[in-house]
Design a protein around this ligand. Structure first.
Ligand code: SF4
Ligand code: SF4
Length: 215
């Protein structure tokens, strides 16, 4: 999908066609998304999302195991949080049942996306059509990147720190099982800032796998 840098203004308005919530989409989520969704379902631990097969780990970002929403596959492939309903104009629409607070950050931001390069400390924002034919990209509604960043400030900060954890863990080649137990299974009854700080400490302290240690 073609990406273009965003300076400040971009044009977009979601028509709720639901296309980007169906089919072969990969919705990668962060640790705060796990926390929000587990709390919404009143689950005591984020690990329960994996047990319920709502989320699974995939090796996509920085070669680290990261959480991804598991789509349902019958009667077609779709996100489990997608609901269909009639819009005000009596046209069938696809709505996100996690909207607005508990929606994954990647979905909240679309079609804007953030690229973080820890090697040179550069952060950039790119416009990526959610699907090839996303009708929202044709609507000349003005959006300001600064507004989006202001509204999502806290979640962007959490995600940046999550990326920082992955950056450290990438070099340590942590196994899928260890990632699940140590980094993606935590209590939902605690303040998330405390949890994130603990995960950061843990990422620095956790030892390299013996077979990755260089002579
Ligand atoms: S494909 Fe575009 S218009 Fe349709 S739901 Fe996704 S973002 Fe909205
Ligand atoms: S979480 Fe919501 S917005 Fe994201 S893919 Fe699922 S239904 Fe769509």
């Amino acid at each position: 999908m073609k990406q273009t840098p965003i300076d400040e203004i971009y044009h977009f308005q979601c028509t709720c066609c639901g296309d980007c919530c169906t089919g072969n989409m990969e919705i990668n989520i962060n640790v705060y998304d796990l926390y929000k969704i587990a709390r919404r379902l009143k689950l005591p631990s984020t690990g329960d999302l994996f047990k319920k097969k709502l989320v699974e780990l995939q090796q996509v970002q920085n070669n680290c195991w990261t959480p991804q929403l598991v789509f349902k596959t019958s009667p077609f492939v779709f996100c489990p949080w997608l609901i269909n309903d009639m819009g005000d104009d009596d046209v069938l629409r696809g709505f996100c049942s996690l909207h607005s607070h508990d929606k994954p950050l990647i979905c909240k931001m679309a079609p804007a996306g953030r690229v973080v390069d820890f090697d040179n400390g550069r952060v950039s924002y790119m416009l990526t059509p959610p699907t090839e034919n996303c009708p929202g990209m044709e609507i000349q509604n003005v959006n300001k990147l600064s507004d989006l960043k202001k509204v999502l400030h806290m979640e962007l900060q959490f995600e940046y720190r999550f990326y920082g954890i992955l950056e450290i863990l990438e070099k340590k080649q942590i196994s899928k099982e260890l990632m699940l137990d140590e980094f993606y299974s935590f209590s939902t009854n605690r303040d998330f800032s405390e949890i994130l700080a603990e995960l950061e400490d843990k990422s620095k302290l956790i030892i390299l796998r013996p077979d990755t240690v260089q002579d």
